[in-house]
Write a protein that binds this ligand. Structure first.
Ligand SMILES: *Cc1c(COP(=O)(O)O)cnc(C)c1O
Length: 394
């Protein structure tokens, strides 16, 4: 059997998978088994924030693995405590952290925090959480329910009650009632199509929620960890949420998720937990990722990269205006709105044939989530290949 045949025979078919066999990488460049070189504008859907095979990260992981990988959360875990301190300090918010293993799990933690807040000392008990119709919050039963896209709720019911969907930011306040305890949103919708929210509207929403004692919960699973140029998009939007969730970019590829909250004493021992969450390996990875990215940010390199990438996108959008409506997004979370869905699928496929990896988001967006450490040389190569791909779109 070929590897492709083995994969198709033994792995459940949950992904529309392509069958290039990548065997190694270096920063934003990937190599397949035949030695062919690809430019990676996806970083594993925003995960490989410090690039493939980052020497500092892989050395730290190897060292950690050779000392100790895991005990349990019943004992002190030094890098977990240090990572919590670092992420809170860098955020500028007065919060505490719970560590999980994925974005969905981080959001489950956020929902549990909100539900507990609504139950304690409150009459009537509050449990409703408002999310947006075009949102994405994860694949577990509850985070899938929190995801407002009805087409994703065709199976798997019955779902937990208490999720209300607003069609946009303006509708949220009119949907709040005496059972509403939280509002959860992405500041830039990722899966929904790289859709940044309006800053003034977000600040207005924050004010209205504060007045009503409704928790402002921001899902930064994709936008967090310097993706938009700041540690959190919340920093960029100049807001101060009650709850923030992160995952994707934090471990540089090692699975980790986290929920941060101002409600520092919301949980008592036994309320929540995770076997793997925040173990030595993943929190060591998180610490090193933050160190690398903080230095990218402080040296000005991150801002330079964001600007350079953005200019390249704008140029492409102008050159192929027949296919591209406009360039969207912030920082290194970017997209091109493609005029036809059919062409979008073709572009992703042809780009792959030209050895540059790009993503789709929503129905009409070509999405870019490169490693935050991508070099100018890699950006140049990637866009040259993308141009060749566009030249070959009918
Ligand atoms: C990817 C994503 C999730 C889900 O994260 P998983 O690690 O796949 O569980 C949740 N929210 C947002 C905004 C995401 O982009």
């Amino acid at each position: 059997m070929t590897l492709e045949e083995i994969d198709k025979e033994y792995v459940l078919h949950t992904y529309g998978r392509s069958y290039i066999n990548f065997t190694s990488g270096k920063n934003a460049t990937l190599f397949d088994k035949k030695g062919e070189e690809y430019i990676d504008f996806t970083s594993g859907i925003g995960v490989v924030s410090v690039g493939h095979a980052n020497k500092i990260l892989s050395d730290a992981i190897c060292k950690q693995a050779s000392d100790i990988i895991h005990i349990s959360n019943l004992y002190l875990i030094e890098p977990q405590a240090q990572l919590a301190k670092r992420v809170v300090e860098l955020s500028g918010y007065d919060m505490r952290v719970f560590f999980a293993n994925s974005g969905a799990e981080a959001n489950e933690g956020a929902i549990k925090i909100a539900r507990k807040y609504g139950e304690v000392d409150a009459e009537p008990k509050r449990y409703k959480i408002i999310t947006l119709k075009n949102s994405f919050h994860g694949r577990t039963i509850t985070s899938l329910r929190a995801t407002g896209q009805e087409k994703m709720h065709n199976f798997f019911g019955p779902y937990p009650d208490g999720f209300v969907y607003a069609k946009d930011l303006d509708e949220i306040i009119s949907l709040c009632d005496d059972k509403t305890v939280g509002v959860m949103i992405e500041l830039i919708q990722g899966e929904g199509g790289v859709e940044p929210q309006d800053k003034q509207k977000i600040k207005l929403l924050e004010n209205e929620l504060k007045k009503r004692d409704i928790l402002f919960m921001v899902d930064e699973v994709q936008t967090g960890i310097y993706r938009t140029g700041e540690l959190f998009a919340s920093n960029l939007y100049d807001i101060s949420p009650d709850i923030i969730t992160v995952a994707k970019g934090l471990g540089g590829g090692v699975p980790i998720g986290a929920v941060l909250t101002k409600l520092k004493d919301i949980f008592s021992p036994g309320d929540h937990g995770s076997t793997f969450g925040g173990n030595y390996l993943s929190s060591r990875a998180g610490l090193v990722v933050l160190e690398i990215l903080e230095s990218e940010k402080n040296s000005g390199r991150l801002d330079e990269t964001m600007l350079y990438f953005s200019e390249k996108l704008e140029k492409l959008a102008v050159k192929y205006e027949k296919l591209i409506d406009k360039s969207v997004g912030l920082g290194l979370m970017r997209g091109l709105r493609i005029k036809s869905t059919q062409k979008l699928n073709e572009i992703v496929r042809v780009a792959m044939a030209h050895k540059v990896l790009v993503l789709k988001a929503g129905r009409n967006t070509l999405r870019f989530l490169p490693p935050l450490t991508i070099t100018k040389n890699e950006i140049n190569k990637g866009f040259e290949r993308l141009e060749s791909a566009f030249e070959n779109i009918s």
